[in-house]
Design a protein around this ligand. Sequence first.
Ligand SMILES: Cc1cc2nc3c(=O)[nH]c(=O)nc-3n(C[C@H](O)[C@H](O)[C@H](O)COP(=O)(O)OP(=O)(O)OC[C@H]3O[C@@H](n4cnc5c(N)ncnc54)[C@H](O)[C@@H]3O)c2cc1C
Length: 284
Amino acid sequence: MEFIQPQNVQEALRAFQKWGKKGMGVAGGTNLLPDLRAKKVSPGALIDLSRIESLSFIEAEGDEIRIGALTPIAEIAASKILQRKAPILCEAARKLGNPLVRNRATLGGNLAKASPAADTAVPLLALDACVEVQGAGSRKRRIPVDQFLRGPNQNALKPGELIRDIFFPPPKPGTKMAYRKMGLRNAMAISLVSLAVLLEISKGTCRQIRIAFGAVAPRPIRAYQTENILRGKEITPELLQACGNQAEKEISPITDIRGGAEYRRAMAATLLRRALGEALEMSP
Ligand SMILES: Cc1cc2nc3c(=O)[nH]c(=O)nc-3n(C[C@H](O)[C@H](O)[C@H](O)COP(=O)(O)OP(=O)(O)OC[C@H]3O[C@@H](n4cnc5c(N)ncnc54)[C@H](O)[C@@H]3O)c2cc1C
């Protein structure tokens, strides 16, 4: 197997073009190296993206917050900009893996792997984030995260494309946000259920709502039908109850070593009611 270390995006794109389907990018390696050892993948060339410094940054300019694909999860967890503008993303980053993993793992790698339990994907869905990718001929495409994640370990990248950055509009001042992760233990646990909520309320009425779940469907998902129950309505405890009931119908969890489908369904509804209730200081 060849090991290639491009120093910039153009060199990386040339390497992807040369190797086609046989070339694989590696960022932090926290997903890819275990997969290589387990012989789940056997690329002809490993293209190490970790030296491309221009893809590691967090910036808030104008009407966009942008995060480079190679930004380590630990930097996202500690970012002052994100703590102010998108605390649900910091919280998800703080709960991913352990300190060693967070120092190596990148945001782009978490999305590209497209695990149903990918922790950062859930707040990014609630923040209405997009992915900017670049491929052969330096052509760039913008893909909403909701369309980028296709299914278990499947994403919308075409051969030879890499993720450059992830961006989203900063939530309006006063927007309420909540993130919950439930695992089999408090640290170093893959999510059993995870949830992110973003809510704009004006005079007791819900003006905007985005709800995203992880680990309860083949990919992290937005719960659009559940959102429709709240949008434009005056929020009452009865409505929160109805929201939980709808969420149970909208998700499609599986039973695996971490938990049963019915348990996941019940926990997803409970976490949602509680997160909304806490954000609104209301008992569901
Ligand atoms: C002990 C341990 C605990 C973990 N705990 C969690 C957890 O709690 N929650 C969670 O969500 N994940 C967890 N993970 C999984 C992993 O750490 C994350 O998914 C991480 O964000 C992957 O990023 P990476 O940079 O290491 O990706 P890599 O392993 O380098 O790459 C993963 C995939 O993404 C592709 N890729 C990487 N960067 C790009 C790019 N810029 N453009 C295109 N493709 C790219 C690679 O080709 C590869 O297919 C854990 C892993 C370990 C080993």
